[in-house]
Design a protein around this ligand. Structure first.
Ligand SMILES: Nc1ncnc2c1ncn2[C@@H]1O[C@H](COP(=O)(O)OP(=O)(O)O)[C@@H](O)[C@H]1O
Ligand SMILES: [Mg+2]
Length: 446
């Protein structure tokens, strides 16, 4: 294609085509509604030949407007500069130089020296942002949907690194722009772990091994995951303790707990209005949420991960790492940065073990033998994870098993969220959270 020489012409073209192109981008978070209009908020020219332009646009949809970040070039048919290894490398060089271009600030963390001149390639895994990998050293995450201010992913990584946390990838640099007159994180550079395997892949492989093993039980087959699950529990508890050391802890008062319970009930009401399959469980769910008020002793609240599941943990030669401290991408920023009980993260991980076990049953609900094995795998690994967590838990948090009502309420709240998600996106998966809700409300507190 012919090169567009004027950056403004390029931006005009991109903006004009975006309403049609956006729904096909996997990082676009507004696929549920049409795009009504796109307008450029800020344009920064980072390179002239070939053109490399940093662009922040506002995407308008019915009842919603959100800023998104793009890197565009005239070199590619789809204008996407992140797919071009040389242009991606330019971003790393700017961070290494500590450059500032028209208010866009590229910085390395204090004391960090970066190798420049590396080419960058986008990672291929499904993600809500876009990450570029440089050699086997660095990974740069470009946040797609922007939130005004410092991104919690960067804030929490810095805080954890400051106290020497061993279960994160070291933060190495950042890119900061401006949104609504406030400095706003648009990128984060981190140490890349080339040998990392993600927790979801490991866990589901273990489940598949068990299913293939005929009569053997989870503790007898080669792919047993319980040792890993226990070490993962220790890692999560250690990260919580490190977050507490770095940023402090508070005690939830009666008002906080009341608000938490009311939010869970409100979510239940809104989900049940849309998903009739949830109706039979409403009385038991309401009772379980109400029971969270009966949690004995003080409930600690602090900064937590906020969106913890097996896809947000990496197994490396050094052990388990937690990544992506941005919180639930769909939730409002006030909720994502609020102090919350670490048991929410524990509940998130327990739900994820349940998912890893039961996803193989989707599409074959009448296979009783498989169902028994899935439950066995889930029980074994959930118990191992909780055991590991208890071994390394900070005093303020304690053993999750001593906070059964609260933990159960958090788990059920998450499962209610999953019901709404599956109903909207993968109706054939609805049985996974629904059967968990049936089981958890039927069992009582362990
Ligand atoms: N430090 C790292 N080393 C190796 N791989 C990583 C690292 N950080 C992220 N990844 C890979 O990139 C994927 C997406 O990263 P994540 O931070 O979760 O992005 P997103 O916010 O888009 O979910 C992860 O699932 C993992 O496969
Ligand atoms: Mg992620």
């Amino acid at each position: 294609m012919s090169a567009v020489t004027d950056p403004h012409d390029l931006v005009d073209k991109v903006v004009a085509e975006l309403p049609e192109r956006l729904p096909a981008q996997r990082w676009f978070g507004g696929k549920d509604r049409p795009v009504t209009s796109v307008r450029p908020l800020r344009t920064t020219v980072l390179g002239e030949d070939p053109l490399l332009v940093h662009l922040v646009v506002e995407v308008a949809q019915p009842d919603r407007r959100a800023p998104y970040q793009l890197l565009v070039t005239d070199l590619a048919e789809d204008y996407d500069a992140t797919a071009d290894p040389e242009l991606a490398g330019r971003l790393l060089d700017l961070v290494a130089e500590g450059a500032e271009v028209d208010g866009l600030r590229f910085a390395h963390e204090p004391g960090v020296e970066l190798e420049a001149g590396l080419r960058g390639r986008p990672i291929t895994s499904e993600q809500s942002n876009t990450s570029l990998v440089f050699g086997s050293q660095y990974i740069l995450k470009l946040f797609r949907k922007l939130t005004t201010g410092e991104n919690p992913d960067l804030v929490l990584h810095r805080a954890l690194h400051r106290v020497g946390c061993e279960h994160i990838a070291q933060p190495l640099g950042s890119i900061t722009g401006e949104l609504d007159g406030e400095p706003t994180t648009v990128g984060m550079l981190q140490q890349f772990l080339p040998d990392a395997v993600d927790g979801w892949a490991m866990a589901t492989t273990s489940v598949r091994d068990l299913m293939a093993e005929g009569d053997l039980h989870a503790d007898e087959v080669g792919g047993d995951f319980a040792g890993e699950a226990q070490r993962l529990g220790q890692a999560v508890a250690t990260v919580h303790a490190d977050l507490e050391r770095a940023l402090g802890t508070q005690r939830a008062d009666a008002g906080d707990i009341d608000r938490t319970v009311r939010n869970m009930v409100a979510r239940l009401d809104s989900v049940v209005a849309a998903v009739p399959e949830l109706r039979p469980y409403v009385p038991a769910l309401r009772e379980a949420f109400d029971r969270a008020r009966d949690t004995p002793g003080a409930v600690a609240i602090q900064h937590i991960h906020g969106d913890l599941h097996l896809g947000q943990v990496l197994r490396t030669v050094q052990g388990w790492l937690l990544i992506d401290f941005e919180g639930e991408p769909g939730a409002p920023i006030a909720e994502r940065t609020a102090l919350r009980s670490p048991l929410r993260d524990v509940a998130g991980m327990l739900r994820s073990f349940d998912y890893a076990a039961h996803q193989l049953l989707v599409g074959q609900p009448e296979d009783h033998q498989l169902a028994v094995r899935a439950l066995e795998w889930s029980r074994r690994n959930r118990a191992a994870f909780t055991e590991g967590y208890a071994e390394a838990a900070a005093e303020s948090v304690g053993d999750p098993r001593g906070r059964g009502y609260l933990l159960r309420a958090f788990e059920l709240d998450k499962a209610v969220y999953e019901v709404s998600y599956e109903y909207a996106n993968r109706p054939e998966w609805l049985t996974v959270p629904l059967s968990s809700i049936a089981r958890i409300t039927g069992e009582g507190v362990r």
